[in-house]
Design a protein around this ligand. Structure first.
Ligand code: BDR
Ligand code: CA
Length: 327
């Protein structure tokens, strides 16, 4: 039986791959997609999300989420998304890890009238069976919904979060981007009482996608395979210049790994049940503090320290091959 999920995104190059993977998986029933400010401002992440849904010809409702993080945007040193981008130069051309707009046709489909937080509360209150939330952007929408009605947690089977890093960070020396963007929201969500699985940079960098994998995606000959190859190559170019991985010519495609985990949980390795908290202040702002001491009580998260890159690439290939749209 397929798993009902709600996907929360800040689309984004790797979010786009995750959306395509979720739409194509027979193991997943994608109930809705919610956008949130993160990689780009809310208008762009919403438009990009609609673009991918339309490209895939999918009938999935898109809900516009929160425009700002919980508390951070009130501080004077809050950096707006467009000013802290990871990028690399190709001659005179600047290649971003996330372009403002995905390079596919502008969306003609529209978002839903109600907003994402309202949707979460209404949907979960009325749900007759539990649903899995896969949050691959900042956790603002999910935390806001839990603040409005904390009892909705009873309808959540699992929350899968792309975020955090124990041995690897990408935004400050102590923080990964999704958690750093809204630390208060992240802390609220990981302590909500639902089963929480964290897919951090430790796992997404291990389960990286290489140029050879991109070749395989393209050879499949489908719209999704081709677009995923383009997005991953863009990410590899920037990773090579800005944050090279141990594997040569490779990039983390973080968000899509969460979808792969739903299809085959063994794509995550060294998953430890641990107590996790989020840092809020100074050097620890947005840090995922993972207590790996074996005797620790109050374990609130499953935290993946590793990932299987060969399995991940095979899962993506299988999904892109299911796409009926030929390029
Ligand atoms: C996360 O931040 C975003 O840039 C990506 O889409 C991913 O969700 C990685 O740190
Ligand atoms: Ca993302």
């Amino acid at each position: 039986m397929s798993k009902k999920i709600i996907l929360d995104v800040d689309t984004g190059s790797d979010d786009a791959v995750a959306i395509m993977a979720a739409i194509l998986s027979p193991d997943i029933q994608l109930e809705a997609i919610c956008s949130v400010v993160g990689n780009k401002d809310l208008d762009k992440t919403t438009e990009n999300t609609l673009r991918v849904v339309e490209l895939m010809g999918a009938d999935v409702p898109v809900y516009r989420g929160c425009r700002t993080p919980f508390a951070k945007w009130l501080s004077s040193d809050h950096i707006v998304p467009d000013r802290r981008e990871c990028k690399a130069k190709d001659g005179d051309k600047v290649i971003m890890i996330h372009e403002d707009y995905l390079d596919i046709p502008a969306a003609s489909i529209k978002e839903q009238e109600i907003r994402a937080v309202e949707f979460y509360v209404k949907y979960l209150r009325e749900a007759s069976e539990p649903v899995t939330i896969v949050a691959v952007g900042p956790l603002t929408n999910v935390a806001a919904a839990l603040l409005v009605d904390e009892t909705i947690v009873d309808k959540i089977e699992e929350i899968v979060i792309m975020g955090g890093g124990y041995n690897i960070t990408n935004t400050t020396p102590s923080a990964e981007f999704n958690i750093w963007q809204d630390p208060e929201a992240a802390q609220r969500v990981i302590h909500c009482g639902a089963k929480v699985t964290i897919v951090p940079l430790d796992a997404t960098h291990a389960a990286c996608i290489t140029l050879d994998d991109c070749k395989r995606f393209r050879e499949i000959g489908t719209v999704s395979g081709n677009f995923a190859a383009e997005l991953c190559e863009q990410r590899i170019f920037v990773h090579n210049a800005a944050q090279p991985l141990d594997v040569p010519d490779a990039a983390a495609v973080h968000d899509a790994l969460c979808i792969a985990y739903l299809i085959d949980p063994t794509v995550l390795k060294d998953v430890r049940h641990a107590h996790v908290d989020i840092g809020f202040r100074d050097y620890s702002e947005g840090q995922t503090i993972v207590d790996c001491r074996y005797y620790t009580e109050d374990k609130n998260c499953y935290y993946a320290f590793d990932g299987d890159r060969f399995k991940f690439a095979d899962i993506l290939c299988d999904l892109f091959a299911r796409d009926l749209k030929r390029r």
